[in-house]
Design a protein around this ligand. Sequence first.
Ligand code: IMP
Length: 196
Amino acid sequence: MKLVLASKNPKKLREMQEILTALGVEICSEADAGVDIEVEETGATFEENSLLKAKAVMEASGLPAIADDSGLCVDCLEGAPGVYSARYGGEELTDEQRYRLLLENMRGQLTRTAKFVSVITCCFPDGSVLTARGECPGTIAYVPMGEGGFGYDPVFFVPERKKTFAQLTAEEKNAISHRGKAIQAFREKLEEHLRK
Ligand code: IMP
């Protein structure tokens, strides 16, 4: 079976390929499927946004399509930046300016619990839909630490590891991350779906 990944990010494509080829599923890019569309993420939840992206690419390609939507939810900010994580503070900010803005907005806050969330949705041309969610709890550090990763990684602290995501290797991060958990949960649901 062939699945189109509704993303223009080659890193996401490789990650999905690594995990899902074991099921005999071929993952191709939007470009490989001849699709070139921009989907506006207008949903209020990760579930809604990943469904919007997967459905649009499934309809444009005629093939089953998979999409993910993720972000950081901070408790003392009532779940912000949430679905706006990639645009927090404005489209023009760099990753570093974005996490520094988050630290600024949390200045003086002693309750710093947060979680990363990732939701994967797969839409099939017959109308069936599979959804999997992964979460990783942590806290927001007072200062950025580490050089690895991307986005909010330098300020996302994992208490059990006593390190931020940016201080973990890619392998260590994948083993506990929201995205790693969502992909594994999705793999199980897809396996079950393919058995039917
Ligand atoms: P998406 O590509 O629309 O799902 O946007 C997700 C946004 O959430 C990214 O641009 C990052 O700002 C943030 N994000 C999601 N996952 C991670 C992660 O693993 N580390 C750091 N930031 C992340």
